[in-house]
Design a protein around this ligand. Structure first.
Ligand SMILES: C[S@@+](CC[C@H](N)C(=O)[O-])C[C@H]1O[C@@H](n2cnc3c(N)ncnc32)[C@H](O)[C@@H]1O
Length: 258
């Protein structure tokens, strides 16, 4: 899929600007909005509680713990660090230079020598063709502001995966945003909508833009179509166990053989 260059530059700059703003305010909070109290050590300790789940995902993907792993939208390197204890080389890429510099600052010890962090444009991956044994992305695709961005990233995953390698990508799934909420909104008087809008803008300025809200939940037909266009085969789908059903799912994909 070809992106109009001007549009691509605009959307890429928008994602970068918004995520940089969030990263300047509080990178840890915007990476994990449930993390409200504690220091950087507590932040990284929290993800260690979920590693068995992570290993289950790896086994579903049939990944042997070796070779090169890629973390798309790595943020401050929380999930990259989990990958680093399982792979011999790990590359974390992120559209936000502020997130990347935080990730680099937090991973300077010799234990993390095999981790590399790189800035991406949010659409393509700064990696060579067929160079990755496993690609991973957690809490990133659900923030992508358009289907074009999602599609482009999936195509890029297909390009960088080695033959027979796979990727685990978390998506927001389910029916479109609540019909009841949308109905209530459209029935409410204009002044009430205006006040609501101003309040949201004022108090949640950093989570009301399209690079946070994303395109909304994807239906299974849309996921199938996106993967088909990217020439990725869906090998498994796993509902996120820590959320209510039909909220988030991780798809395990591999390059299609045709
Ligand atoms: C909620 S954080 C999740 C970070 C990390 N995956 C984790 O689970 O700890 C989302 C991250 O994705 C990055 N991001 C958003 N859109 C992106 C895109 N299109 N390409 C690369 N990174 C992106 C943001 O800058 C941010 O660091």
């Amino acid at each position: 899929m070809q992106f109009d260059t001007r549009h691509a530059t605009k959307v890429s700059a928008h994602m970068r600007r918004q995520w940089d703003k969030r990263a300047r305010v509080d990178p840890l909070l915007y990476v994990d909005t449930t993390f409200r109290r504690g220091n950087e050590h507590d932040f990284f300790a929290k993800i260690q509680e979920q590693t068995s789940d992570f290993d289950y995902l790896l086994s579903m993907a049939g990944v042997s713990h070796a070779g090169c792993a890629l973390d798309i939208g790595c943020g401050v390197g929380r999930t990259t660090r989990v990958l680093a204890s399982r792979f011999s080389r790990v590359i974390g890429v992120d559209v936000s230079p502020v997130m990347i510099s935080a990730a680099r600052r937090l991973h300077q010890e010799p234990d993390f020598q095999h981790m590399v962090f790189a800035i991406s444009d949010g659409l393509s991956l700064p990696l060579q063709n067929e160079s990755v044994d496993f690609a991973f992305s957690n809490a990133v695709f659900l923030h992508m502001p358009s289907f074009h961005v999602i599609q482009h990233n999936l195509i890029e995953i297909g390009r960088v995966l080695k033959h027979n390698a796979s990727a685990a990508i978390q998506l927001r799934v389910g029916p479109p945003r609540s019909v009841v909420r949308r109905l209530l909104y459209s029935l409410s008087p204009r002044w009430a909508r205006y006040i609501w809008y101003r309040w949201i803008k004022r108090h949640h300025r950093l989570i009301t833009d399209s690079a946070w809200l994303g395109v909304g939940p994807l239906r299974s037909q849309q996921i199938k179509q996106l993967c088909k266009t990217a020439r990725l085969e869906i090998n498994a789908v796993r509902e996120e166990p820590t959320y209510p059903p039909h909220c988030f799912a991780t798809i395990i994909v591999a390059r299609s053989s045709q």
